[in-house]
Design a protein around this ligand. Structure first.
Ligand SMILES: Nc1nc2c(ncn2[C@@H]2O[C@H](COP(=O)(O)OP(=O)(O)OP(=O)(O)O)[C@@H](O)[C@H]2O)c(=O)[nH]1
Length: 303
């Protein structure tokens, strides 16, 4: 199964609802517009965006004399696509680059670090993984397993060590190895815990300071929030809080193969003006894909 197929299968629920709406294919009625807005809200897009998109499409339909559901389906995909923030610099392609993965517990940070490390290693990059999750012993072991699978060294310290100083050590090691890509996993934390968010802000600052002093020149540091797409609108709250505390650079959405409805991708990217760097579509090492707003919107509306 291709990656687009995996994504399309994951977004089945949203597509089914939209298919139902477009089913009759004839000229649309007033009911269509009301149901469109409801369907978009149900797809996790959030009420405000759903209303905007629906109004926009209605204006376009009037201007361009689009009357049938089929004509509107393609136009809807376009309208959704336009709302995504595009990637200016891909931190996983840029060299050198350091990325800190943050997010709530179980979002898929460690798995995503493993997947990205593996792809980058296969592409011939010198990759170093760091574990700044010093809270859970199992998390350090889990990252180690991913590092072995990916064939990439993992820098780790004992449970209970200061996560900021671990990041310093990770950069020391990356500097020594002249690494192209440094991936740092952090401990899962609730966006509502101000103490934990402050700790994370320190981790980011220390990492940035050390990265500036790399022997080969300053290494850019990016902070990427990993969100489980199945958390729906709560994902938007997570993004708002993490962004406020840390200043995020972009998003990775995981578990789009599951019961996710997908609209959260649009809500976060559009509301926060953040690009989606990758999407997770399964648990295996190869189940990660680059985010393509065009394909995503077509998978979402079945255009
Ligand atoms: N189906 C599916 N499962 C995923 C995906 N990404 C991660 N998972 C699963 O989600 C669960 C949690 O993933 P982890 O990578 O451990 O999450 P984490 O954010 O590191 O968790 P903490 O260390 O507790 O903060 C694991 O069972 C993963 O296999 C995905 O894209 N699709």
């Amino acid at each position: 199964m291709g990656l687009f197929d995996a994504l399309a299968r994951g977004l089945e629920r949203s597509r089914e609802a939209i298919n139902e709406l477009f089913y009759f294919g004839g000229e649309v009625t007033e009911d269509f517009w009301e149901e469109l807005e409801d369907t978009l809200v149900m797809g996790d897009m959030g009420a405000e965006i759903a209303m905007d998109v629906s109004d926009d499409l209605r204006d376009l339909a009037a201007r361009k004399n689009l009357k049938t559901a089929d004509q509107l389906r393609e136009a809807l995909a376009d309208k959704l696509e336009q709302r995504f923030t595009s990637i200016e610099v891909d931190p996983f392609r840029e060299t050198p680059s350091c990325v800190l993965f943050v997010g709530i517990n179980g979002a898929g940070k460690t798995t995503t670090v493993g997947k990205i490390a593996s792809a980058a290693h296969e592409a011939g990059k010198r990759v170093v993984i760091g574990s700044a999750d010093t809270f859970r012993a199992a998390a350090i072991e889990q990252l180690d397993v991913w590092g072995q699978r990916a064939g990439v060294p993992v820098v780790k310290r004992d449970r209970g060590s200061d996560p900021a100083s671990v990041c310093y050590d990770v950069l020391d090691e990356a500097d020594k190895q002249n690494a192209d890509l440094v991936l740092i996993d952090t401990a899962g934390r609730l966006h509502t815990s101000s103490d934990l968010m402050r700790e994370l802000a320190k981790v980011v600052n220390v990492t940035r300071k050390r990265a500036e002093k790399c022997a080969a020149g300053p290494m850019p540091v990016r902070v990427v929030l990993v969100i489980d797409a199945g958390t729906g609108q709560n994902g938007l709250n997570q993004a708002l809080e993490f962004n406020e505390a840390l200043g995020l650079d972009g998003i990775i959405l995981t578990k789009l193969d599951g019961t996710a409805k997908g609209g959260i991708a649009l809500a976060v990217s559009s509301k926060l003006g953040l690009p989606i760097y990758r999407v997770g579509v399964g648990e295996r090492i190869e189940d990660l894909q680059e985010f393509d707003a065009h394909d995503f919107c077509r998978a979402l509306v079945g255009a």
